[in-house]
Design a protein around this ligand. Structure first.
Ligand code: NCD
Ligand code: ZN
Length: 397
């Protein structure tokens, strides 16, 4: 059945306008009008923000291999409740997603997930023929030490992947280096990005810098127009200052930076393309043992709206960076905008909803968050996936 969403302020890419949306029975947006759409299946969302289903370009849903931390069911529920209708999953599974067989297995496992899941393919020093065989839509290269075994060890591998993989498709770069030494890590990160950008520019290949955490990374990335970048809410809201309170929970790659770096990062928001959660859930026990990573799917939207409340960013930029820009960076067709002919994925937000982050009330299996107890304003209230109401009034349908 067709669905009509009326009464809301609809995000049209550059502005919000009072409009009605008709999504047809094939789940495609058919009309966006003012006061003229008639029909039966109507949801009235008076005063809410109606935005394209949010897209997260960077999550770790841990399936297969570490389902005790997260799986496609729990991770996709966390996504939907956080406002996301699509996420892009990273390849650092156990075993890593570096062969066609493992890649296809992930796609199959994710079929019944609550949201759409896309997959980044992992590049290694010796899987060039697997990349060719699989021909994925994007790749991920780990240039520095990180969790798992996915780091490139041979300096010539990056260049070979850069040249061989379809140059119009993005290669996502994890540039930071988990050395434990902040200054060395930042220097190494800049060095890795500098090298990568130089080569990408020379051969004209698309690249995407994952989780920028300091202003300089953005400045280097901007030397090449074929480069896009993303920032995480945790690098925008937390810094070394918070490490004392968070203890072993504070460990993340890239590490939390100095408070001055955090503030300067906000000054680069106009040239950072995407907001990414880098949702990297670990159990409390694993954190105690030194695992790096934060969950983020359920807090990202609330935090970014908090940024708007504090006057650090405007709502138009937030939704561009959480939908349209992600679709465009990763060539995701017919997504990321409320437009005629696009997929009917819609997120409806109550911007005034007051809520408190509560680690005991989360869909993610990890059961903790560095934002536990934070009071936020604004939450996804209703989610429409391909024209179907899947989450309504803060509950799964
Ligand atoms: C990531 C994870 O746990 O998969 N952790 C993180 O801190 N971002 C791995 C990584 O990107 O290093
Ligand atoms: Zn990550």
């Amino acid at each position: 059945m067709a669905l009509i969403i009326k009464g809301g302020l609809v995000f049209l890419g550059e502005k919000f306008e009072k409009k009605e949306i008709l999504i047809n029975d094939r789940g495609i947006i058919e009309k966006i009008e003012s006061g003229t759409i008639r029909g039966e299946e109507i949801i009235d969302v008076g005063g809410r923000l109606v935005v394209p289903g949010l897209i997260d370009p960077h999550v770790h849903l841990r399936e297969p291999g570490q389902e005790y931390k997260e799986d496609f069911e729990s991770g996709s529920k966390a996504a939907i409740s956080g406002g996301f209708t699509a996420v892009m999953d990273m390849p650092n599974n156990k075993p890593p997603t570096t062969t066609k067989e493992r890649f296809l297995e992930k796609i199959k496992r994710a079929e019944s997930a609550r949201c759409d899941i896309f997959f980044h393919f992992g590049g290694t020093d010796d899987n060039f023929s697997e990349v060719k065989k699989t021909n994925p839509e994007s790749m991920k290269l780990y240039l520095g030490h990180t969790t798992g075994e996915l780091m490139l060890k041979n300096p010539s591998s990056m260049e070979r992947h850069f040249r061989e993989f379809d140059r119009k498709k993005p290669i996502v770069l994890h540039a930071c280096d988990d050395t434990g030494d902040q200054t060395r890590d930042l220097d190494q990160t800049h060095h890795n990005i500098e090298d990568a950008i130089k080569l990408a520019k020379q051969i004209n290949r698309r690249v995407h810098i994952a989780h920028v955490s300091a202003r300089e990374e953005v400045t280097i990335a901007k030397r090449f127009e074929g480069c896009t970048s993303e920032v995480t809410p945790h690098h925008l809201f937390l810094s070394k200052k918070d490490e004392k309170k968070l203890g072993y929970f504070a460990k993340v790659n890239p590490p939390l930076r100095a408070e001055s770096d955090r503030l300067l990062l906000w000054s680069k928001m106009d040239v950072i393309n995407c907001i990414a959660t880098d949702h990297a859930p670990h159990t409390v026990e694993d954190k105690e043992e030194g695992a790096a990573g934060f969950p983020g799917l359920e807090t990202s939207l609330g935090l970014m709206l908090e940024g708007a409340n504090r006057g650090l960013i405007d709502k138009i930029s937030i939704f561009q960076k959480m939908s349209r820009n992600v679709a465009s960076a990763f060539n995701l067709e017919n997504r990321g905008s409320i437009k005629k002919g696009f997929i009917g994925d819609i997120t409806i937000i109550d911007p005034k909803k007051e809520w408190t982050v509560d680690r005991t009330d989360m869909y993610s299996k990890c059961r903790w968050t560095p934002f536990d107890g934070w009071k936020l304003h604004g939450k996804a209230e209703t989610i429409v996936r391909k024209g179907e109401l899947v989450y309504h009034d803060y509950e799964f349908c």
